[in-house]
Write a protein that binds this ligand. Structure first.
Ligand SMILES: [Zn+2]
Length: 489
């Protein structure tokens, strides 16, 4: 373990971990495995990082805290439904999309509470200047919507964490390096200029189907959403060549007083669901780079489906947060056998082609820079813009629904039909870990993604509120009968 060179001052780091997280299972064959967070923790401890930071077990988020963003009805459902009583909740399961990708499992609500509690408490400690960097690898569940689960995410810990930051910070920047678009967070803050969301993700025939370059936010939030659509196989070098200049410009223009970085590791090479080609160091460079701006920073997890690589990257990034570079040899730990045969920390890139050409990346970068010029500098913020929270005043969720114009007041329904994708995304495992099928679903054209949403900071009716993208075809992350190798269990 070596100290990072060029560090001017050590950061005070708060790290949130609840060992219960490893006990939750989405079900057989499901690629999301909460155990990965415990694997990461085993590395963190055995590398000795506990000596350099404060470790907390956060108070699990309560129902009331979750309804600062989510609807009462949805949270109540999550709190009540169990595998044994789910038969009496069939209607709600469909309404809230809690089936298929987002199954009901034992302890579901507790799992959401732990994930959300870490991000909220991390944000609270940052706001109260108790630390410079807060870390919650059990968080980062960026797809969850106000009243709907999506893409393995039920409760949006990131939105809840940002809401906590907004009580003390005028402007919060959200950066998302998961391979998937950070749609739930973007949607929540699509109409406000107090949160800027920046997502770098694979776009095109890929879940969730949103996150086009032209989606920049609406109303006061115009130019406060940024999407960098990428193609398969992006390398460390190409990623860095867009990430660093774009983030530099965003921070210069928006001037946030706090930053949330979603560190989804499905953008690593060899991920079971992702198709990028980042090495551990390429991924971690984003953490190092964002940290170098010296603003209060909340690091959260996210996707990541090749568990041994997820744990490697997050352990290494925890090291960077505290100012050390972890050595290359994996220390002996309870999951040691998973890191064989080489027992090395690094996640190496493959020889996959990078389909992101220089011309393409430069063109997208140019358009994003143009959009940033339109932002016109940091907005002035009145203190009365601070969002009210349930403990500040009573919140009646029924009223919230009235903000949505009747013509778009529709929930995304069950998918009527499915067809298998053309095979271009299948079997991406580089280590023969079994076949994977991606399914694509067709939706009615009037069920465009994002319709019916209201930015949670919107002050009144938002009739002109188009969705982030208006995609009609959505690539599902997986089908209910997916066939995934269980080797890592
Ligand atoms: Zn993802």
């Amino acid at each position: 373990m070596e100290s990072l060179t060029g560090e001017t001052q050590k950061k005070r780091v708060c790290y949130f971990f609840d060992s219960d997280i490893g006990g939750f299972h989405y079900g057989p064959g499901h690629p999301m495995k909460p155990t990965r967070v415990r694997m990461c923790h085993a590395l963190v401890m055995n590398y000795g990082l506990y000596k350099k930071m404060e470790i907390f077990r956060a108070k699990p988020a309560s129902k009331r805290e979750m309804t600062q963003f989510h609807s009462d009805e949805y949270i109540d459902f999550l709190n009540r439904v169990t595998p044994s009583n789910m038969k009496s909740f069939v209607k709600q399961q469909h309404k809230f999309n809690v089936w298929d990708d987002c199954p009901i499992f034992d302890g579901l609500f507790d799992y959401c509470s732990i994930s959300a509690g870490g991000s909220m408490e991390g944000a609270a400690r940052l706001s109260r200047d108790k630390c410079d960097i807060a870390i919650n690898w059990a968080g980062g569940l960026h797809h969850a919507k106000k009243g709907e689960a999506s893409g393995f995410c039920y409760v949006n810990d990131i939105v809840l964490g940002i809401l906590e930051l907004l009580r003390y910070h005028q402007r919060v920047l959200y950066i998302d390096i998961d391979v998937h678009h950070g749609d739930g967070v973007e949607e929540a803050f699509y109409t406000t200029d107090r949160v800027m969301t920046c997502s770098f993700h694979k776009y095109g025939e890929f879940f969730p189907g949103t996150g086009e370059l032209r989606d920049v936010g609406v109303q006061k939030g115009k130019y406060h959403a940024m999407n960098f659509p990428l193609r398969d196989g992006i390398s460390d070098e190409n990623y860095k060549s867009v990430f660093e200049p774009v983030i530099t410009k965003v921070i210069e223009t928006f001037d946030p007083s706090a930053i949330v970085l979603q560190c989804g590791t499905d953008s690593l090479s060899g991920d079971k669901l992702g198709s990028f080609n980042l090495s551990m160091k390429g991924h971690a460079n984003c953490v190092k780079f964002v940290k170098s701006f010296n603003r209060p920073l909340l690091l959260v997890g996210g996707g990541g489906y090749t568990m041994r690589n997820v744990s490697r990257a997050w352990a290494y990034e925890t090291g960077l947060a505290v100012g050390v570079e972890l050595g290359p040899e994996i220390p002996v730990n309870e999951y040691y056998e998973y890191f064989g045969p080489e027992y090395q920390l690094n996640v190496k890139p493959s020889n996959a082609d990078d389909l992101n050409t220089r011309t393409y990346l430069d063109r997208v970068k140019r358009i994003i820079f143009d959009n940033l010029r339109h932002m016109g500098g940091p907005p002035s913020v009145q203190m009365q813009d601070i969002p009210s929270l349930p403990h500040d005043e009573d919140m009646d969720d029924d009223d919230d629904d009235e903000l949505i114009p009747p013509d778009v007041r529709r929930h995304r329904r069950l998918l009527d039909s499915r067809r298998q994708a053309d095979g271009e995304l299948s079997d991406s495992d580089d280590e023969g870990e079994g076949g994977r099928r991606n399914h694509k679903s067709d939706r009615d054209s009037d069920e465009k993604l994002g319709t019916g949403m209201v930015g949670i900071l919107a002050a009144g009716p938002t009739s002109a509120h188009a969705g982030p993208s208006g995609q009609t075809t959505v690539e599902r992350i997986l089908s209910s009968k997916m066939d995934v190798d269980e080797q890592e269990d």
